[in-house]
Design a binder for this molecule. Structure first.
Ligand SMILES: *Cc1c(COP(=O)(O)O)cnc(C)c1O
Length: 380
């Protein structure tokens, strides 16, 4: 059996006639930039998430940058970010000239540890060199971070909260949707993300009217009345009409059955793997959109051997992530403010298994059986 890590082809074939029609409509209407499909998508996503504004842009990295830019975050500012995430979460902080403060994560959820977060905030305040400005929390692998505690800390220390839900769209806490937890929240429509388009795309969500209009200006060359009236320095970051048209079709499938389908895959995995390896556990009241299904092995050797064994069985796996932020060359020399031991362990023991809405239960069982076979013969 050959299994796909994330089967974009199966999804396309299921939705082919709708998507083909939507694309052909854009081609013949010729509103390739800022066509009506873009506004339509923004309205639908804002309503789904439950916030006032959704502002689409070119990708999830720009979405984060646009928020930091709007908040005027720059040199001398500290932004707290998990040490275990995709590089872009921390990159955007340095790109604005501010300083990322890497915070260790919770071993169970892979998300920022609120205990370590408070320790880091206090250390930065005590040192007095940087001005603490914001917490950039990440909803890793589809699971929202612990926002009740994060927002409490933000209030206590007067920090802004930016929710990076690039992997988290569709998740929720007690029914409240991901992309609604931050003072601003962002997502990515990169093809492999929970709600992906057929290229790059991203969006920002907020209830703040002033922030929303500032971002709408910044993303189109700092426009004032129109793009030939420029009132500030901005960037060019728009979602193509084609991508919005594709997303409008895919969004229906995402809401109607894809989220349920990935959660079914998660349950089959957990039923068959619990006790053998450390499986994901979703805290009470939380719902994950399962951008990734990530298990933990006992050590790096076991993780690597399992990955090779599965590859020989036709099962692709990925290591998310092979390096922490503080181990990245690009961040060499950055000052650390608290222990990063959990994230340093996770890069050695984590392994992500195939998961997507079109993975059949017999495929999931085949993967589980292969993992059982591995452990029947594996010796440390
Ligand atoms: C993918 C991703 C991003 C960046 O999104 P792009 O659309 O690829 O720019 C940011 N943060 C996290 C956590 C991501 O997974």
């Amino acid at each position: 059996m050959q299994i796909e890590f994330r089967d974009l082809k199966k999804q396309y074939l299921r939705l082919k006639s709708q998507i083909d029609n939507a694309v052909l409509n854009v081609l013949s209407e010729t509103s390739y930039i800022s066509g009506p499909q873009v506004k339509q998508l923004e309205t639908r996503l804002a309503e789904y998430v439950g916030v006032k504004h959704c502002i689409s842009c070119a990708n999830g990295t720009d979405a984060l940058s646009l928020v930091l830019m709007s908040w005027g975050i720059g040199p001398g500012d500290a932004v707290f970010v998990p040490n275990f995430t995709f590089f872009a979460s921390a990159e955007v902080i340095s790109f604005e000239g501010a300083t990322p403060v890497f915070v260790d994560v919770d071993r169970q959820t892979f998300n920022i540890s609120t205990k370590k977060l408070e320790e880091s905030i206090l250390e930065v305040i005590k040192e007095g060199r940087l001005r603490p400005r914001a917490i950039l929390a990440v909803d890793l692998f589809g699971l929202p971070a612990n926002y009740s505690e994060i927002i409490q800390l933000a209030k206590t220390y007067k920090l802004l909260v930016l929710e990076d839900a690039a992997q988290g769209f569709g998740g929720s806490i007690d029914g409240k949707k991901a992309c609604s937890f931050g003072d601003a929240s962002t997502t990515s429509f990169f093809p492999a993300k929970p709600l992906g388009c057929y290229g790059d795309g991203g969006a920002i969500f907020t209830n703040d009217d002033d922030l929303a209009s500032l971002i709408r200006s910044l993303k189109v060359h700092g426009k004032g009345r129109d793009k030939y009236d420029n009132v500030r320095i901005g960037i060019n970051s728009r979602l193509d009409t084609l991508q919005a048209a594709i997303l409008n079709e895919k969004f229906d499938a995402f809401v109607n059955y894809e989220l349920d389908a990935v959660n079914d895959v998660y349950l089959i995995y957990n039923d068959n793997l619990a006790g053998l390896v450390e499986v994901p556990s979703i805290p009470k009241g939380f719902y994950s959109s399962f951008a990734q299904y990530t298990i933990k092995l006992r050590n790096q050797h076991e993780r690597n051997q399992l990955s090779i064994f599965l590859r020989n069985e036709g099962i692709p796996t990925m290591v998310y992530y092979p390096k922490t932020m503080h181990e990245q060359l690009a961040f060499e020399g950055i000052k650390l403010y608290s222990s990063l031991s959990t994230s340093s362990e996770l890069v050695q023991v984590s392994l992500s298994l195939p998961i997507h809405p079109y993975l059949e239960s017999d495929e999931v069982l085949f993967i589980c059986n292969s993992i059982h076979s591995f452990f029947r013969t594996y010796i440390d």
